[in-house]
Design a binder for this molecule. Structure first.
Ligand code: FMN
Length: 352
C-alpha cells in the first residue's frame, strides 16, 4: 500500500519515532510510591488459584489490563497494532486503537486499524480526539462508520488539551466540547470512554463527562509519557515548559474514585504489577499501559509476551503478599497513603 503522507499520518509517524527513541516521561512520578499496601507476612493463598479476571463494560478480561491507545494510519503502525492485538487475544486483555482521525480522512488506511482478525475475542476500543469533535469536519456518521469498519466494542474520546495547546499545529478552540461529547454519547451506538493522554483527569471534568453520558473514565495521568514534552521534539517551543503539567496518576485516581460512580481505568506511567494492584485497591477497575508495551512490541511478539507475563505474575505475587485471592476482595486490603500524595489529597478535599 502506498503511504498517504498527510499531516495526520505524518504526526502519528513522528509520535511513534519520538516515543521510541527518547526519554519523554514527565520528571514527576505517578505518586504510587506514596501508597503502602500493608503486607501479610504469611497468607494462606495459592498463587495458581488467584483469580485476576475482571469485569469491564459487561465483558470479562482474563487480567485487569488494557493495552492503551497508540497507533494506526501508517504501515509501521499496522504492524505494531497486529503485534499488540495478538497479545491481547492470547492473554485476554482489552486493547485500544490510536486516533482514528487518519482513517476518517483516508478510508483506505482502515486496514492498519482492523485488528479484529487478530483478536476475535478481545474487548477492542476505538479512539478519536477532542480536536476532531470540535472541528468543522466533525461528522457523527463518518465517525460511526470508522468505528464499524474497525469492528470496535466501545470508543475512547481523548481529551488532550495540554498536548493540543503545546502542538505547533494543534487545536486552539475547545468551545462546545461538552455538547459534542454528549452528542457522541447519544448517537454513536457504543459506550464512550473519556481519557486524557498523560496529564490526568480532574473531578470537575469527570463530573461533566458523567453528565454527558460517558460510560467510564481513563485517568491517563502524569508520571509516564508526557505529551506536551513529546511535542517539544516536533518544534513546540512551550512543550518542555509543560512537561510536568497535570495531575499525577495516583492522585487523579484517588480524587475520582471517591467522587464518581463510573468505572475508572488507572493509566499513565504504569509499568509493573505492584502499581496495577495498588490502582485496584484504590478503586480502579483495570489499568492501562502504553509506552512500555510499545517499546516491547517494536522488539517483537516474544518481547511483548514476556513483558505481559511478568506483569501478570507481579499482580499475582502482590495479591498473594497482601493476602487476597480474587479482585472482588481487593477493596478489603488495608493501605496507607503518605507523602506528597497524602498532602495533595487533604488539601484538595476542600476544593472539590
Ligand atoms: C506512540 C503513542 C501514541 C499515542 N497515541 C494516542 C492516541 O492516538 N490516542 C490516545 O487517546 N492516546 C494516545 N496515546 C496516549 C496513551 O494512550 C497513554 O494515555 C499515554 O501515553 C500515557 O500512558 P503511558 O505513560 O503508559 O505511555 C499514545 C501513546 C503513545 C506511546
Amino acid at each position: 500500500m502506498m503511504q498517504k503522507n498527510t499531516e495526520t499520518t505524518r504526526r502519528k509517524a513522528d509520535h511513534l519515532e519520538i516515543v521510541c527513541t527518547n526519554n519523554v516521561r514527565s520528571k514527576l512520578t505517578t505518586g504510587f510510591e506514596d501508597v503502602y499496601l500493608v503486607p501479610r507476612t504469611l497468607s494462606e493463598v495459592s498463587y495458581d488459584s488467584i483469580d485476576i479476571s475482571s469485569e469491564f463494560l459487561g465483558r470479562t478480561l482474563r487480567a485487569p489490563l488494557m493495552i492503551s491507545s497508540m497507533t494506526g494510519g501508517t504501515e509501521e503502525a499496522g504492524v505494531i497494532n497486529r503485534t499488540l492485538a495478538l497479545a491481547a487475544q492470547h492473554y485476554g486483555l482489552a486493547i485500544s486503537l490510536g486516533s482514528q482521525k487518519a482513517m476518517i480522512e483516508h478510508p483506505e488506511l482502515a486496514r492498519t486499524y482492523q485488528i479484529r482478525r487478530y483478536a476475535p475475542d478481545a474487548l477492542i476500543i476505538g479512539n478519536i480526539g477532542i480536536d476532531y469533535l470540535v472541528s468543522s469536519d466533525f461528522s457523527i456518521n463518518k465517525l460511526s462508520h470508522a468505528l464499524k469498519v474497525a469492528g470496535v466494542d466501545a470508543v475512547y474520546i481523548h481529551l488532550n488539551m495540554v498536548q493540543e495547546l503545546a502542538q505547533v499545529e494543534g487545536c486552539r478552540d475547545f468551545t462546545a466540547a461538552y455538547s459534542k461529547i454528549a452528542l457522541m454519547c447519544e448517537k454513536i451506538g457504543v459506550p464512550v470512554i473519556a481519557k486524557e493522554v498523560g496529564h490526568g483527569m480532574d473531578p470537575i471534568t469527570s463530573k461533566k463527562l458523567e453528565d454527558c453520558g460517558v460510560a467510564a473514565i481513563d485517568i491517563a495521568g502524569l508520571g509516564g509519557t508526557s505529551w506536551a514534552y513529546v511535542e517539544s521534539y516536533r518544534g513546540s517551543e512551550i512543550g518542555e515548559t509543560f512537561r510536568d503539567w497535570g495531575i499525577p496518576t495516583c492522585l487523579s485516581l484517588m480524587l475520582l474514585a471517591d467522587r464518581t460512580s463510573l468505572p475508572v481505568i488507572s493509566s499513565g506511567g504504569i509499568e509493573n504489577g505492584i502499581d496495577i494492584t495498588k490502582s485496584l485497591v484504590l478503586g480502579a477497575k483495570l489499568a492501562g499501559i502504553a509506552r512500555l508495551f510499545l517499546a516491547k512490541a517494536v522488539d517483537g511478539e516474544d518481547a511483548l509476551s514476556k513483558q505481559i507475563e511478568n506483569i501478570i505474575s507481579e499482580i499475582r505475587c502482590t495479591m498473594a503478599l497482601i493476602g487476597v485471592s480474587s479482585i472482588a476482595d481487593i477493596h478489603e486490603v488495608p493501605y496507607v497513603v503518605t507523602g506528597k500524595t497524602r498532602e495533595m489529597i487533604d488539601l484538595l478535599a476542600k476544593k472539590y
